[in-house]
Design a protein around this ligand. Sequence first.
Ligand code: MTE
Ligand code: MO
Length: 316
Amino acid sequence: MVDENKITPQEVYFDRRKFLAQGSLLVGAYNFGSLWPLKAAADVKYPAPAHSAFKVTDSDRPMTKEELATSYNNFYEFSLEKDGVKPLAEKWKVPNPWKIEVGGLTEEKKSYTIDDLVKMAGPLEERVYRFRCVEAWSMVVPWTGFPLAKLIAKLKPKSSAKYVAFTSYANPKDFPNIQGQPHYPWPYREGLRLDEANHPLALIAMGIYGKPLPAQNGAPIRLVVPWKYGFKSIKSIVKIEFTAEEPPTLWNKIAPDEYGFFANVNPEIDHPRWSQATERILNGKLFPTRIRTLKFNGYEKEVASLYAGMDLKKFY
Ligand SMILES: Nc1nc2c(c(=O)[nH]1)N[C@H]1C(S)=C(S)[C@@H](COP(=O)(O)O)O[C@H]1N2
Ligand SMILES: [Mo]
């Protein structure tokens, strides 16, 4: 269970009744049938939320159960084992207040609290996104947060800024696997080209399933880029920098031929060690459903123009 003491400050953003209402909205919109625990609410009709344009609309993919999405995790600072993350993460006392340092090519260089960021880029919205890991499994997850573009607009990057770089919290004393894998190029870092970061689908999330992010899912604040492999969606962010050059990233440093900077979901370009043509939709069962992977994870219509004229085989 999430330690209530750790999450109290974030709870101001999570008005319970509001989120219950939003949960019902999702049920109304998706008709997930018996797979959704709040099925009873499906009959209630609500007005469409303002952000409905970006919701997953294919009803063939049920929302992943909260229990699964919050216990099957990649968070290598804690553990390399998916089911090893949550027990360790629950012992982590998430620093409070959490500080996010903004730097690089901007006049707005300073340290911000999560409260500051929500004031700048809120209100919070809920988005249900497909989430596809490079390891060829996927989920469907409801995130709560704000578009990264709204924050970037407030942080006013200089015209020389071409990328935005993110860094995760990395105190080795809090993270057993930073000590266990000292040869990894910690801290975990990720980045996006500025036009990708400004795409309305790119989300900064503070919540999942209508609740504050549990530590294992990247408390208290993370990135979610639904058209890219999951490793781009960096957790527990402490630093945001605007740069002129492509920023180094942890996975790209470890294995550049396997984990490209772009990492767009693409069934046509296999990982050197496995096919990306299909994926397992995790359902907690021994035999997950296997489906064809969609280009840009199904967001091709929205994001393909970002990569017009680019050789996706070269810029994988
Ligand atoms: N800091 C940090 N962020 C991270 C990771 C990580 O190990 N450390 N793993 C990435 C990978 S590989 C995936 S698939 C997703 C998993 O997110 P989830 O556990 O919330 O599903 O987080 C990404 N963000
Ligand atoms: Mo991943």
